[in-house]
Design a protein around this ligand. Structure first.
Ligand code: SF4
Ligand code: SF4
Length: 177
């Protein structure tokens, strides 16, 4: 079904090859652009779902007992209280790996981050066996990186959707801490 964008133009979900042989249905306005904004950090106030390959990778660079927690049988990066006013949740907490300078310590020091962090501000669902990708609803309101650059999301889906998503039993990103 076609959908209107902010200017009233319509678009339809389209099938995109994201990695060789791995397709997703892009269910968002194809003119949408994105560039992460330095020091925004809004998306780092959430506890991050860790897919199994991420959990194993994280074990190489952090103490799992310090950095992770299990909820409903799934592993998440835990949140901790931060000494900052902005972009913390109602309890004043944000991701364990968010540094005081607003950088992600995993990204800055290990040149790596969990798949779930790459996907943001998009969300992934599975419909009829296909991976569908859309814009996370709250991102329209809070993510400062939407429509501030020339970099079209639909042309760079490989940067948002790691190939590992196609190997998972459940790649959906709706689960939160
Ligand atoms: S792991 Fe890094 S990028 Fe992901 S939420 Fe935590 S601080 Fe942010
Ligand atoms: S909310 Fe958007 S702009 Fe802000 S840090 Fe996350 S991805 Fe980047």
């Amino acid at each position: 079904m076609s959908q209107p964008n902010d200017s009233g133009a319509t678009w339809e979900p389209r099938r995109v090859e994201v990695h060789p042989g791995k397709e997703a249905v892009a269910d968002f306005d194809p003119s949408l652009t994105f560039e992460c904004v330095d020091e925004c950090t809004w998306c780092c106030q959430h506890g991050v779902l860790l897919y199994e390959p991420d959990f194993l990778e994280l074990a190489n660079c952090a103490s799992l007992s310090e950095a992770t927690t299990q909820v409903r049988g799934e592993d998440f990066i835990r949140k901790e209280e931060k000494d900052r006013e902005e972009h913390v949740d109602d309890e004043g907490e944000a991701c364990f790996f968010l540094r005081d300078d607003g950088l992600c310590s995993l990204h800055a020091e290990e040149d790596w981050k969990p798949a779930r962090c790459s996907v943001f501000p998009l969300s992934v669902s599975v419909e009829n066996g296909d991976i569908h990708v859309s814009v996370r609803e709250t991102a329209h309101e809070h993510c400062e990186g939407l429509n501030v650059s020339e970099r079209r999301v639909i042309d760079h889906l490989d940067a948002f959707l790691p190939a590992v998503l196609w190997e998972l039993d459940d790649p959906e990103t709706r689960r939160t801490l």
